[in-house]
Design a protein around this ligand. Structure first.
Ligand SMILES: *Cc1c(COP(=O)(O)O)cnc(C)c1O
Length: 339
């Protein structure tokens, strides 16, 4: 409110032509600090930050090869494609395949390994340290999308790389202000030179109106809060553990993974959609069905993402609803675990 009165509802221009306000500068400083980097650069969304940064880096670094994880987000794929740089896709989270691809390239050729920390469909987590080790060994730069981890993991909400003490080993860390931080916008954090390079050449940065100042101020407030407060992260972890335990108790198979996303396998697209529709219509619970082509045929699933503000009462209702619907659909359950 106060920021809107002071600075207006919109930025009124692009970052370079009158659209940069104090709030944008403070937010970039907050983000650089969050990831332990010299600088950060804001974009209007996480999608734009990936698209603009990867296309600018890969096309601007002469003869650069991008090594892209097979399950990378569309925004990374589009950015790499737009760069027209040579691109090699390595098997998802497969270090041996990444190493084979790195070792087939000349040591002095510029290389950029692009990957995510938490992948949102199977909710698995990349072996960041080992990827950084390979990058050092084969003279490659690294670009990590932490969109599903910032605000949720790490002692100051900096993501998986922060939790594992690896932030200084990554060339670029990318994130969103729109998911866990609850506002909108995207960014990269990196060296001052790299951020300047992207700032100077990325059309997706240069030729678009800056985020509204109040949005920037709101995102900075959210980050400042989550840097200090552990309450949300602790509650989140407790809720996730509670949902997993309750699913086990009623014998519903969910994919084990080290993250906050709980995929419950249905294994049939029509039933998956039906259960999701019924959950919303009959029980007032919104859970997305994930069908082919997002996931392979036969692994259709519901993706449950508990939040810190869900209550035990909410979880009771979810478990009761799933029990009803699993019975209606005659879906297989696991043998019940001993209570
Ligand atoms: C959502 C998402 C993005 C894009 O972020 P937005 O801020 O929503 O544009 C980038 N990468 C991944 C992995 C995402 O899931």
């Amino acid at each position: 409110m106060r920021c809107t009165e002071r600075a207006g509802a919109g930025a009124g221009g692009t970052r370079n032509i009158s659209g940069t306000t104090h709030d944008h500068v403070l937010l970039e400083a907050e983000l650089a600090d969050l990831h332990g980097k010299e600088a950060a650069l804001l974009f209007t969304s996480g999608y734009v930050s990936n698209w603009a940064s990867l296309s600018t880096l890969a096309s601007g670094i002469p003869n650069c090869v991008v090594l892209s994880d097979a399950l990378n987000h569309a925004s990374m794929i589009e950015g790499i494609r737009h760069s027209k740089a040579k691109r090699t896709i390595w098997k998802h989270n497969d270090l041996a395949d990444l190493e084979a691809k790195l070792s087939s390239l000349p040591l002095e050729q510029p290389k950029l390994i692009a990957f995510e920390s938490v992948y949102s469909m199977d909710a698995d987590i990349a072996p960041i340290k080992e990827i950084c080790d390979l990058a050092d060994c084969y003279n490659a730069m690294t670009y990590l999308d932490e969109v599903h981890a910032v605000g949720i993991y790490g002692p100051r909400a900096g993501g998986i790389a922060e939790r594992e003490g690896l932030m200084d080993r990554l060339t670029v860390i990318e994130g969103t202000l729109g998911k866990a931080f609850g506002v909108v916008g995207g960014y990269i954090a990196a060296s001052a030179e790299l951020c300047d390079f992207v700032r100077s050449f990325a059309s997706g940065f240069i030729f678009t109106t800056a985020l509204p100042p109040a949005v920037a101020a709101g995102a900075a407030a959210s980050i400042r809060h989550l840097k200090e407060s552990q309450a949300e992260r602790l509650a989140h972890r407790a809720r996730v553990a509670e949902v997993r335990t309750r699913l086990d108790q009623i014998g519903l198979h969910h994919i084990e993974n080290p993250s906050h996303i709980i995929p419950v396998l249905v294994g049939d697209p029509a039933r998956c959609k039906f259960i999701s529709d019924m959950l919303l219509r009959e029980y007032g619970i919104y859970i997305q069905p994930i069908n082919y082509p997002t996931v392979p045929k036969g692994s259709e699933r519901l993706r449950i993402t508990p939040s810190p503000v869900h209550t035990t009462d909410n979880i009771d209702r979810l478990i009761d609803a799933l029990e009803d619907l699993w019975a209606q659909c005659a879906l297989a359950r696991m043998p019940l675990v001993a209570q």
